[in-house]
Design a protein around this ligand. Structure first.
Ligand SMILES: Cc1cc2nc3c(=O)[nH]c(=O)nc-3n(C[C@H](O)[C@H](O)[C@H](O)COP(=O)(O)OP(=O)(O)OC[C@H]3O[C@@H](n4cnc5c(N)ncnc54)[C@H](O)[C@@H]3O)c2cc1C
Length: 418
């Protein structure tokens, strides 16, 4: 018979944000019980390698864990793996809250943190259920994908966002014939400026990947197993394996069931900049949230990144302990697509001009984003020195003159000094 746990903090979701939040509580001196529940059976692990080194086989599953099992014991974090919280009742009139799991546990809590992440957006087209049509979010997905990649000569990646491009590069590294199919007219359209999209298209094509833009997938063909990808214009692409990477949907069902505010437009559990939800006993962090723009505070964003999850989880831990959140950090992100190392700092949403260093057809490129003349973000591919300078400028509230920044022969650090 499962024992009820003592009231303390219950963290639902043992991914990047959940593990960080539990660890931050201990770091900040919290001595009360912490229970961390994760639906996946594996020790909590990092997702980024799943579309990169894990796919190519250069990293093994057991090296992905955030922490050794002993760490949870030392930190007195009760880790429950392979069980899913299915129902929550919030604390009321001095009574602790309770959470029920699919495995029959009842967990009591005084404070609740939702770090439940996101699920891949599904493609709702005929043939989407055929064998060989894959999605990539968790380790089990990645293991299946890797096993199936072995026997696949032709791979089609649906979606030209970062995960799709990373996986495409990994499949190329394994010698596969790879086609990326993107519905819009450019790669990674939500994340980067057109010039960076064009750079990525050229660079991936030079490495042997075929990129089809403005190509909408309307179905998959095959008898039991996928054999073809059908496009709206009538074309059919032969495929032994398909990876669909068309974005994620934040998991908001638990939050909705307990009446927390969720964002109708961008999705996600609404939090303020202290990671508080609309209920005072509940915080949320990571991919499941819609938070105030971390730089301007105007409007809400979903960050979907490791650094975003880590920062927000740290803030959530401070909030649970009644501490003020730390200063706002500059958001940052990376995407390694084979030997293309993309680094992003700041948020480019709302930019009105871009200063470009390098050529779209070259091997490195930096795009500096400005709004009303102020520097707001950078995308740097294979240009780590540029990235570091702009990140420093953003962190210290400085700008870099766009007219001088476009001269790639002038190191950006000289402009920062000036
Ligand atoms: C293949 C891949 C590559 C990526 N590459 C990069 C990268 O290069 N750089 C970068 O910055 N970011 C990258 N990301 C994004 C990054 O991994 C996520 O932003 C980050 O993992 C978000 O952390 P999270 O804790 O919010 O969610 P998750 O890591 O998804 O963790 C949420 C956990 O909660 C569990 N859960 C959900 N509901 C329940 C429930 N009811 N009960 C119990 N448990 C539950 C889920 O099973 C999951 O394990 C990548 C993501 C993927 C999938």
């Amino acid at each position: 018979m499962p024992q009820p746990t003592p009231a303390g903090t219950l963290v639902v979701g043992a991914g990047q944000a959940g593990v960080q939040l539990a660890g931050s509580l201990r770091q900040l001196g919290d001595r009360s019980p912490i229970t961390l529940v994760g639906a996946e059976p594996h020790p909590p692990y990092q997702r980024p390698p799943l579309s990169k080194d894990f796919l190519t086989g250069s990293v093994a599953a057991d090296s992905l864990a955030f922490r050794a099992p002993a760490w949870y014991v030392q930190q007195r974090i009760a880790l429950v793996r392979g069980d899913r919280v299915v129902e929550v009742a919030l604390p009321e009139r001095g009574r602790p809250g309770t959470a029920r799991t699919a495995g029959g546990r009842t967990l009591r809590f005084a404070r609740l943190a939702l770090t439940v992440g996101a699920r891949p957006r599904r493609l709702d087209v005929p043939g989407a259920g055929l064998d060989g049509v894959h999605y990539l979010r968790d380790l089990d997905d990645a293991v299946r994908l890797r096993e199936n990649l072995d026997a696949a000569a032709r791979v089609v990646v649906v979606g030209g966002g970062f995960i799709g491009l990373e996986a495409a590069a990994a499949a190329r590294a394994l010698g596969k014939q790879v086609t990326v199919v993107e519905a819009t007219d450019r790669l990674a359209p939500r994340a980067v400026a057109p010039v960076v999209s064009e750079f990525l298209r050229c660079a991936h094509e030079r490495r042997g990947t075929t990129v089809l833009l403005g190509a909408e997938v309307v179905g998959f063909g095959g008898a039991g197993r996928v054999e073809a990808v059908r496009l709206a214009d009538g074309r059919e692409l032969a495929a032994h394996l398909v990876l669909v990477g068309v974005g994620v949907v934040p998991r908001t069902e638990l939050a909705e069931a307990i009446g927390l505010e969720c964002d109708d437009e961008i999705g996600g559990i609404v939090t303020d900049d202290a990671a508080r939800t609309s209920h005072r006993a509940v915080v949320a962090a990571g991919d499941c949230t819609a938070l105030p723009h971390p730089v301007t505070g105007e409007g809400r964003v979903r960050l979907e990144s490791v650094p975003g999850a880590v920062a927000q989880a740290g803030t959530a831990a401070a909030t649970l302990l009644g501490r003020a959140p730390g200063p706002r950090a500059v958001p940052w992100f990376w995407s390694n697509q084979g030997d293309l190392r993309l680094q992003i700092a700041g948020l480019s949403t709302g930019y009105d001009s871009v200063a470009v260093r390098g050529e779209p057809g070259g091997e490195s490129l930096t795009a500096l984003y400005y709004r009303d003349g102020a520097l707001i973000a950078v995308d740097a591919v294979n240009a780590p020195a540029d990235y570091l300078v702009v990140r420093k400028a953003l962190a210290t509230g400085r700008t870099l003159p766009a007219d001088k920044a476009v001269d790639a022969s002038t190191p950006l650090k000289n402009l920062l000094a000036g």
